[in-house]
Design a protein around this ligand. Structure first.
Ligand SMILES: Cc1cc2nc3c(=O)[nH]c(=O)nc-3n(C[C@H](O)[C@H](O)[C@H](O)COP(=O)(O)OP(=O)(O)OC[C@H]3O[C@@H](n4cnc5c(N)ncnc54)[C@H](O)[C@@H]3O)c2cc1C
Length: 650
């Protein structure tokens, strides 16, 4: 394949835009349930709604077959306590997992009860969840009867059971394992989800970006009756009428960091995630929560190698780490031996660092594949690393370069790479749409699932909550009348907003705008938080909005999409700053430190802060910790008709 440079040399010019451009041309679509975002949660929502017999449309900015954070694959199906090898009770495990402030107990309960059912459905669609070809017989955690492969993650360390805590930390014997995380062949999942959507008659709109929600009669806070979309290839403007809408566009975008040269200038997640859904919900009048939370960017930014580390995190869970002289790091890092922590604890990290500084260990470190048994290293190299394209590329490149698992060690970037600066942050640690036990937002007709919700968890959380939201939205759509009072005025306003950059041929491009935003966030909304800095941040972003947004220009539909994403990110950033200013206390669990309000987690601030727009004005509210009530009782009260593999008290 020719490189970009070779193409330019050969053709003498960049390629022309390959699709017909129809900026502003309208198309109207009627459906019962509209799902916005065709990632993990969105696909599952569309499938489960379609199985209820309603008409479903699915909008996806990319191509459903590989879009989103789950598009590259998945190797861990976490928190599946209803699986047959589990040693914990799903409801008790859910309580245990939700035993932390500011989490999403509703989603965790749904995950714990339903994600094994979800996985079995994935298998029915053709997804590979078992070692059916007996490739990994003898691997630790593999069950010969079910052929499921249990991961060490969440082994015993996090157990709520008292007798588990007596286990020695240096080995986690099989009979003491929780067995709640399953290793899966998740690169097979996403294309199969799309196939199932199409099989069920879901109208899939690939390359269509949802841009706004339509409220009944155009009134903010009123029932949601549809949405608008932009075709990112043709510029066509789509108007969807729907009895129920499910938002599944995931969380925030890259608000603090933009690097064109490295790793797609995004954080760990898909570049297409730019906070659109949260901002759509906000403009429509739905309440958000946890918006003040942000954290340093940990892994896989493209600027850091941590995902390619050789050992010590995520997919490399059972690979021992040795120093440059072959000395095994004696501290549990990850895997069966440290009872399943996903990354080393801060104490372990500190011990390793001190050991290096004292000369006890010599850098760099290596993942010691040769020290592992053949089946263990194959399970890691071929299955775990092979099931996510971010690591599959490493396997492929190294294999082609002659890497020999039985002979070669893989260099680890632990310590030598350093930490991200605190100004490289991401908001994906908790902020999102507030939901109830039906995964309904605070507005009628609007639902949310996956990492669109506040305090999201992982892949199987998103799959299970998507499947749940689809079911609930379909029931609502069947009950509600078909009289959808859409406001033409609201549509016109949105159309003008979306198409404004196409009316200009010069000015500021989306990259400039994005970069300006991230700079303002780095300077004023990062490690040091004071009222003055936050106010300066807000003023700076509002200045950018007033001066640069009116100059924004887009010459093709793709650049228009990127421009609209910038507008979402600007709005998202402003909500974050407003929420940060409102929380007048510091908090350890929120990783939120205000210099002017240093008191840590004072009782009067031990609560969720909610925020929404009412008649265009910001309204703050609050909710107590564990506002969802008794998880088991609430779940059962809301799901009397649900039948799954797990039956309580069986
Ligand atoms: C490389 C990698 C490996 C991972 N491995 C694991 C793992 O092994 N186990 C695990 O539990 N988790 C894993 N995760 C995390 C997991 O993939 C995510 O938690 C999960 O995909 C989130 O699901 P979601 O549906 O909320 O978001 P996504 O799957 O990201 O889907 C969001 C979708 O919305 C679309 N979208 C965004 N804006 C719009 C818009 N305006 N209009 C239309 N569409 C829009 C996006 O294109 C995207 O397709 C991994 C993540 C990555 C990046």
């Amino acid at each position: 394949m020719a490189t970009w440079h070779e193409y330019l040399i050969k053709e003498g010019r960049p390629p022309a835009w390959p699709y017909p451009v129809r900026f502003g041309q309208e198309r109207e679509i009627d459906t019962d349930v509209l799902v916005i975002g065709g990632g993990i949660a969105g696909c599952w929502a569309a499938i489960s709604a379609a199985r209820q017999g309603v008409r479903v449309a699915l909008l996806e900015k990319g191509d459903v077959s590989r879009s989103g954070s789950g598009g590259p694959g998945c190797d861990h199906w976490c928190n599946a306590p209803a699986n047959p090898l589990s040693r914990v009770d799903p409801d008790e495990w859910a309580v245990h997992m939700a035993d932390q402030p500011y989490c999403n107990g509703i989603g965790i309960q749904i995950q714990c009860r339903e994600n094994y059912d979800t996985l079995l459905e994935m298998e029915q669609m053709g997804g590979k969840i078992r070692d059916s070809e007996d490739e990994y017989v003898g691997a630790e955690g593999r069950d010969d009867e079910t052929k499921l492969m249990i991961s060490p993650r969440y082994g015993v360390k996090h157990s709520y059971l008292a007798d588990f805590e007596t286990v020695e930390p240096d080995y986690n014997p099989p009979e003491k394992r929780n067995n709640v995380v399953i290793r899966v062949w998740g690169s097979t999942f996403k294309p199969l989800l799309k196939k199932e959507c199409l099989r069920l008659g879901v109208q899939v709109y690939d390359r269509v970006m949802g841009t706004s929600l339509l409220n009944e009669n155009g009134v903010q806070g009123a029932r949601v009756v549809g949405a608008t979309g932009l075709n990112c290839r043709t510029g066509e403007f789509l108007i969807f009428r729907a009895k129920a809408v499910i938002l599944a566009t995931a969380g925030a975008g890259s608000l603090w960091l933009m690097s064109m040269e490295h790793g797609g200038y995004s954080n760990m997640h898909s570049r297409n995630i730019s906070g659109d859904g949260t901002v759509m919900a906000w403009r429509a009048g739905a309440a958000l929560t946890m918006m003040e939370r942000s954290g340093g960017i940990g892994i896989a930014t493209g600027l850091k190698h941590k995902w390619y580390t050789g050992a010590g995190d995520a997919s490399y869970e059972n690979v021992p780490i040795v120093d440059a002289k072959g000395r095994r790091l004696p501290y549990p890092i990850q895997g069966w031996e440290d009872a399943g922590a996903m990354v080393a604890s801060p104490e372990t990290e500190a011990k390793i660092r001190q050991g290096v500084l004292r000369g006890e260990y010599e850098l760099p470190f290596f993942g010691d594949f040769p020290a592992m048994s053949d089946v263990e290293r194959r399970a890691t190299w071929l299955m775990m690393l092979g099931e996510e394209s971010t690591t599959k590329i490493i396997v492929k490149t190294l294999n082609e370069g002659g890497f020999d698992l039985g002979r070669d060690q893989l260099m680890s970037y632990k310590l030598i790479e350093g930490q991200s600066p605190p100004q490289w942050r991401e908001a994906g640690y908790g902020g999102g749409v507030l939901v109830d036990w039906n995964l309904k937002t605070t507005i009628e007709g609007l639902y949310a699932a996956g990492s669109q919700m506040f305090s999201p968890e992982d892949h199987s959380f998103c799959a299970a909550t998507g499947r749940y939201a689809g079911r609930k939205a379909a029931v609502y759509a069947k009950e509600i009348g078909g009289d959808l009072k859409i406001s033409r005025e609201q549509i016109e306003q949105e159309k003008n907003r979306i198409l404004a950059p196409t009316k200009r041929t010069s000015g500021a491009e989306w990259k400039e705008l994005h970069n300006g935003l991230t700079r303002a966030m780095q300077y004023f909304v990062s490690e040091f938080k004071t009222e003055r800095l936050l106010k300066m941040g807000l003023e700076e972003i509002e200045r950018i909005e007033a001066e640069t947004v009116p100059k924004l220009f887009a010459l093709d539909p793709h650049k228009l999409m990127r421009s609209i994403e910038d507008l979402s990110m600007i709005e998202y950033a402003k909500i974050i700053i407003q929420a940060m200013r409102e929380r007048k206390a510091s908090s350890i669990p929120l990783d939120f430190h205000r210099i002017d309000y240093p008191e840590l987690d004072p009782p009067e601030w031990d609560k969720y802060l909610t925020v929404k727009l009412e008649n265009g004005q910001i309204k703050f509210g609050e909710l107590p910790q564990r506002f969802w009530g008794n998880m088991k009782e609430q779940y059962e009260a809301h799901n009397r008709d649900y039948t799954g593999v797990y039956t309580p008290n069986k």
